[in-house]
Design a protein around this ligand. Structure first.
Ligand code: CTP
Length: 222
């Protein structure tokens, strides 16, 4: 159905010294289930670019990376061939300005670590998006979730945004279950809380419907 599916998954880790890094609570489950669902449905060859996680799908091309800069390089290498791009990775927004080649010794009561912003891989993919390419992003929001989601959808030139409302009842990160909203430029759909495996199936249903909408011959095709 698709000529190439590119999925990013898992956290990135940003080293500080030989034994320490900055990262986040992403387990990599969502990306894993999206890749496995694509494989089960035989939707097309999958390139899976992943940060460090145990959730590695079988039967797909796996590109392992650690940092956001490595993930961006891997995405740049594969993005042009992809007609569906799903960025489920929880990319570290910042990395340490400096890598300390020797283990940092503890000294004073306080320590300030200077951070610098990582590139926004999803934003870059949105900027270089070509005709017929479908771009799906994830978002984790805690306030003004729908307004922020619509802003992200526009700013990053996305076709679909999988919106996580992070709360105590729905931590999303590191869990087997999740409740999300599917946000499109023309509306929002709430998906009830369910396993990330079933959510992956629902997200693919939506992508396939969008792909039909985009198909050659459809005069509404963008
Ligand atoms: N993403 C990315 N590169 C980054 C940061 C995020 O590709 N450096 C992608 C993620 O893979 C995901 C989406 O952007 O698809 C997540 O965005 P989110 O973290 O919710 O918000 P941000 O865009 O980072 O903005 P903010 O943290 O200000 O909400």
């Amino acid at each position: 159905m698709f000529s190439r599916i590119l999925i990013t998954s898992g956290p990135t880790i940003e080293p500080v010294d030989p034994v320490r890094f900055l990262s986040n609570r992403s387990s990599g489950r969502s990306g894993y289930h999206l890749a496995m669902e694509a494989r089960t449905r035989d939707l097309g060859p999958v390139t899976f670019v992943t940060g460090p996680t145990v959730w590695i799908p079988e039967g797909v091309e796996v590109v392992r990376v650690e940092t956001a800069l490595e993930m961006r390089a891997a995405v740049n290498e594969h993005v042009r061939q992809a007609d569906v791009i799903i960025m489920a990775a929880a990319v570290s927004d910042y990395r340490s300005v400096k890598y300390y080649p020797e283990k940092m010794k503890k000294s004073g009561e306080r320590l300030t670590l200077e951070l610098v912003k990582n590139p926004d891989i999803l934003l870059e993919a949105g900027r270089s998006k070509r005709r017929g390419q479908l771009l799906v992003g994830f978002a984790a929001e805690t306030e003004d979730i729908f307004a922020n989601a619509q802003k992200k959808l526009q700013a990053k030139n996305l076709d679909l945004l999988v919106l996580n409302e992070i709360s105590e009842a729905n931590p999303a990160f590191g869990c087997a279950e999740n409740q999300v909203f599917l946000v499109r430029p023309d509306g929002v759909q709430k998906l009830e809380k369910t396993s990330k495996a079933l959510l992956a199936a629902r997200i693919w249903d939506e992508i396939i419907a969008l792909a039909g909408h985009f198909a050659p011959g459809n005069e509404k095709r963008p």
